[in-house]
Ligand binder design. Structure first.
Ligand SMILES: C[S@@+](CC[C@H](N)C(=O)[O-])C[C@H]1O[C@@H](n2cnc3c(N)ncnc32)[C@H](O)[C@@H]1O
Length: 354
């Protein structure tokens, strides 16, 4: 992950008036103070800052950024396209019509690999239990991850059978898809769908649960809210397994160099996976528009407290979880689920001892 040092932050902030007020363009003197390895990220910072102001000079910065980034990081290239289509920084309107777009998003090979790694991490770190499993999936989406996890846990003898599956998600489409899928796969289990956000129901869930999982879902709230929700959940769970993106989107404020640099690497990489190499086909483009653009635009335009994404670095997660979940639930392991030159995904296990 790209980490900007304090001096880089001062430099980038100092260069912004050159870009905004004095009309500097990429390749000019304004970039002499930017470290060469940061050039793509700086151009993304300049382009997105102009795009937020609906300033047409954004396009030149995005295009120059895309030249540096190539096919590995596609945030500047994608935002240049969005800016051309919408005239400012707004997620392109796209009806939730084609289910292939969601399937495409969840099935990109890198994400599949990370999920498979998450499942083996769960099998490796959960202690053998006997009896019937009661599982809670926080932010279940279409239920794909719990659907992969349960057979692996039973096969490895972690539990003997599945007693109940509680699916929690604020999206009605996701809840109904996940519920139908899990009910068909586990006819002997009680499958319950809760249409809610974790932070609103964490203390009132009808547990106890042997296991709670949160795969790419708990980053949707700021640190203080994560802490309160997890503290409320702690008394009704024995184990918590997280899969998260190691990125710095919680504490840095909107418009800051640190936030832009983290977005450039993490979402640039994600877009490269979703769009694929070369010209994206219609499904890939729709997938980026529906599932990546709203997050990207929220991060670039909305202040903390109102935006939708708050990914954190792994060490910050570990500190927050240890503080929130109390002395009885301890870190039982963490593993990189996917390592890339730009961003990592990691798995993390908190569990009750004894
Ligand atoms: C990227 S998807 C991940 C879905 C699934 N867990 C997986 O790994 O495929 C994130 C999910 O979290 C849900 N979500 C967003 N905010 C949430 C919140 N505050 N509480 C619970 N779930 C939330 C979204 O509706 C979405 O289905």
């Amino acid at each position: 992950m790209l980490h900007l040092g304090p001096q880089d932050v001062v430099t980038w902030n100092g260069l912004l008036p050159e870009v905004l007020d004095r009309g500097s363009f990429p390749g000019g003197a304004v970039e002499e103070e930017v470290q060469e390895k940061h050039l793509g990220a700086f151009r993304f910072f300049a382009g997105s800052t102009l795009a937020i102001r609906a300033d047409p000079r954004a396009t030149r910065w995005f295009e120059a950024g895309a030249d540096v980034d190539g096919d590995d990081l596609r945030a500047s290239e994608y935002l240049s396209d969005v800016f051309e289509r919408t005239g400012h920084l707004e997620a392109p309107a796209n009806a939730f019509a084609d289910p292939r777009a969601y399937t495409h998003f969840t099935a990109v090979p890198a994400m599949r690999a990370a999920r498979a790694q998450f499942v083996s991490f769960a099998v490796d770190t959960l202690p053998p239990e006997s009896g019937a499993l009661r599982v809670l999936d926080v932010g279940c989406g279409d239920g794909g991850i719990v659907s992969e996890l349960l057979p692996a846990l039973l096969e490895a003898g972690r539990w003997d059978e599945v007693a109940s599956i509680t699916l929690l998600d604020p999206s009605p489409e996701m809840i109904s898809t996940a519920k139908a899928r899990l009910a068909a796969e586990w006819p002997g289990a009680r499958v319950e769908g809760r249409l809610a956000r974790l932070e609103h129901v964490a203390s009132g869930l009808s547990g106890p649960f042997d296991l709670a999982i949160g795969s790419l879902s708990l980053h949707h709230m700021p640190a203080e809210m994560k802490g309160r929700a997890l503290a409320a959940l702690a008394s009704s769970i024995d184990h918590l397994l997280l899969l998260e993106l190691d990125a710095d989107h919680d504490s840095p404020e909107v418009g800051s160099p640190r936030l832009a640099a983290s977005i450039h690497h993490s979402y640039g990489w994600l877009l490269a996976q979703v769009l694929g190499p070369g010209d994206p086909d219609e499904v890939a483009r729709e997938s980026a528009d529906q599932f990546v653009a709203p997050e990207l635009v929220s991060l670039l335009t909305q202040p903390r407290g109102t935006r939708t994404e708050y990914h954190m670095r792994r060490d910050r997660w570990l500190t927050l979880l240890a503080e929130a979940m109390g002395p009885e639930i301890r870190p039982l392991g963490t593993q990189t689920a996917l390592a890339t030159p730009y961003v990592d995904l990691f798995a993390l296990h908190m569990g009750r001892l004894g």
